[in-house]
Design a protein around this ligand. Structure first.
Ligand SMILES: Cc1ncc(COP(=O)(O)O)c(C=O)c1O
Length: 422
């Protein structure tokens, strides 16, 4: 079966809701996605049948621990991690990054340099700025080209070559521009300088196959609530580095990964729900990803299906990107802030930000909201990106963010409504 949007949509109860006769159009997905039934069923089942704290010898605790182990293994499959012990769950990407940044800080010393980017969400900037302030580290910034909306790799290379960079915090896909960055090449450059590499993949994981071993980075963070799961964060870390790092933890907690980084009692039902989303994606890989499965000859079972599913999703989403970008470009005064050429759409996710001449982004999102079309505006925490584009004072951008459950009809309807907004 090819990608079948009707089958997909049937699995998301929220997608069929209406308000005063108007269908909900969810284009707010870079801020958080809706969930398929498997997530709801897994969470409900967890809370009814296996709700318990970790490590007890009695039935609920034993079964609860089994769910947590499965969730770690499932995420290892999604990210192609070597082991489930490399998967750390937490409240969200930002909290995990703040926590591990303190541990990484113990490997750094005054005067060391760290590389941050002007494109990333503040979740992969703020924690490192605090660390730099606390330890007296120097911050180097990698900016992006204001015409191509991509990094200049020569500039990146020169920053690594002419410095003392010990840690690079880089982003996979931008939550503002939609650019997919070549994190593998950036990681190779960083590794020539022996720098640790922390990849923010929050906006990439919902849109494409992720392979931490292929990238070669040391850490990669994502958020299940951005890829159709519950409000959770996940950080992958290379086993030998997680082992080496000293975790900020209470004394009775585990001394080994991932437990030493999973502070306090975790959101067990959230991990159960994450397992549900992996089951959903696996099913897509099995039923709609046949033509993509052969691209992963080294994987088998769930790992293969998950990666094939993400390619099937990526393929479909490019049709949404194209329709949306072309439609926006036909509207008067619109300036799309991101890669727009048809031939380059594989280098972007379908998160499309734009400005309109003499129009307030917030006003546009309010008008869309009145038609039950949900989109975001402002800087969306991509503070540095919006500043670099000179848009902070004027209210940032309007951001339309489809995912694989959105339809071309929804895009067309949104474009029709936009025609009446200014
Ligand atoms: C690219 C990117 N990084 C990090 C984050 C922060 O994620 P979380 O809400 O899980 O802390 C977001 C959230 O929007 C994001 O888009």
């Amino acid at each position: 079966m090819k990608f079948d949007i009707n089958t997909i949509r049937e699995q998301f109860p929220a997608l069929s809701l209406t308000d005063e006769g108007k269908a909900r159009i969810y284009l707010d997905n870079p801020g958080g996605t809706q969930v398929p039934r498997q997530v709801l069923e897994r969470m409900q089942h967890y809370l009814i049948h296996t709700n318990a704290n970790h490590g007890g010898p009695f039935r609920t605790s034993v079964e609860s621990d089994k769910v947590l182990e499965e969730a770690h293994q499932g995420m290892a499959d999604l990210l192609n991690a070597k082991s489930a012990d490399e998967i750390v769950f937490g409240a969200n990407m930002t909290s995990l990054t703040f926590a591990v940044s303190r541990s990484i800080g113990r490997l750094l010393k005054r005067g060391d340099e760290i590389l941050l980017t002007r494109m990333d969400h503040d979740g992969n900037v703020g924690p490192w700025l605090h660390l730099a302030e606390d330890l007296g580290l120097k911050v180097k910034w990698l900016k992006f080209d204001l015409e191509t909306y991509e990094y200049n790799l020569d500039e990146a290379e020169s920053l690594f070559k002419n410095g003392n960079i010990k840690l690079a915090a880089i982003n996979y896909a931008s939550n503002c521009l939609g650019t997919i960055n070549n994190v593998k090449v950036l990681t190779e450059m960083a590794k020539q300088s022996d720098a640790l590499v922390f990849v923010d993949a929050v906006q990439y994981v919902p849109h494409g196959p992720t392979d931490v071993q292929d990238i070669g980075c040391d850490f990669l963070a994502c958020s299940p609530y951005k890829f159709f799961g519950p409000h959770q964060g996940v950080m992958w870390g290379k086993a030998e580095i997680l082992e080496k790092l000293e975790a900020y933890k209470v004394r009775p907690a585990d001394n080994f990964a991932p437990g030493k980084f999973e502070t306090g009692t975790q959101l067990h039902e959230g991990q159960a729900g994450t397992l549900g989303v992996l089951e959903y994606l696996e099913q897509i890989g099995k039923t709609m990803g046949a033509e993509f499965q052969e691209q992963f000859p080294e994987f088998s079972g769930r790992r293969k299906y998950l990666h094939a599913a993400m390619l099937a999703i990526q393929d479909y989403e490019q049709t949404l990107s194209l329709r949306l970008i072309e439609g926006l470009q036909n509207l008067s005064g619109v300036d799309v802030k991101g890669i727009s050429a048809k031939k380059d759409l594989s280098r972007r996710v379908p998160t499309i930000s734009f400005t309109v001449k003499n129009q307030d982004p917030e006003e546009i999102t309010r008008k869309l909201a009145a038609e039950n079309i949900f989109v975001w505006h402002g800087h969306n925490y991509a503070l540095e990106a919006v500043r670099l584009m000179g848009l902070e004072e004027s209210g940032g951008v309007v951001r339309i963010g489809p995912v694989h459950y959105n339809t071309l009809e929804e895009i067309d309807h949104t474009l029709e409504v936009l025609k009446t907004c200014w």
